[in-house]
Ligand binder design. Sequence first.
Ligand code: NAD
Length: 253
Amino acid sequence: MSNLLDGKTIVVMGVANKRSIAWGCAKSLLDNGAKVILTYQNDRLKRQLEKLVPEGTPMIECDVAEDSNVENTFNEIHEKYGNIDGVVHAIAYADKKTLEGGVIDVEKDGYNLAQDVSAYSLISVSRFASRIMNPSGSIATLTYMGSTRAIPSYNMMGVAKAALESNVRYLASDLGPNKIRVNAISAGAIKTLAVTGIKNHGDLLKESKARTVDGEPVDTTQVGNVATFLMSDLSTGLTGDIIYADKGVHLLA
Ligand SMILES: NC(=O)c1ccc[n+]([C@@H]2O[C@H](COP(=O)([O-])OP(=O)(O)OC[C@H]3O[C@@H](n4cnc5c(N)ncnc54)[C@H](O)[C@@H]3O)[C@@H](O)[C@H]2O)c1
């Protein structure tokens, strides 16, 4: 499509399958000239990815639940591929029981797990990634407007997204002197594996589609193109921000 990202190496974390937002990001980054390194959660997902990605695409396992995994991953990336220019963090998790009830029913373990994987992991990823990132580097994560509103059924994930967005602002401030920017893309509802874990996700998707400005849901390519902008030098003036890629749903909700 373009050579906007020529010479840039971007790590994309969170491809589970072809419906993943991370896959939409990876495809857009590749189309715009980036070298892309994928990380995946476990061996089962690796087998899915092997069917999906162009031959020779670097892939490294990284379960973000342990800091040591994140540290080892970025050390391995540095050893094999040198410095990087950006990271797309498209990772979230909460267990079924925690997502099923209202926030009033969330127990400590479920709360901690959701916060750990969905919000804290951006901190550990930013810490270890920034050590091997060139100046003018960029980190982008994926959020949802359930962070600032009580969206039916989004529950605990909304609480985790609120923390994630706050992390974005503080990390942007911490990494500013290193000339690394940190932003979030607030995507509209898209039917992915993660969304099917949310109770009544059918209603969430339907409501969201009905509220887009053209009645069509945003897709992973459109979200991926925003990631390309954020990874490019066109966005060097933008940090600590939340960019909506939801076809206007947040305007009407
Ligand atoms: N789908 C939507 O409607 C929507 C909207 C806004 C934001 N988001 C966010 O986009 C991001 C990507 O989600 P998606 O919708 O593409 O779903 P997805 O299921 O395709 O991706 C979620 C990814 O998180 C990974 N993951 C979970 N726990 C992990 C761990 N411990 N270590 C490493 N990876 C782990 C999974 O392996 C998977 O690849 C998430 O942060 C999600 O909250 C999604």
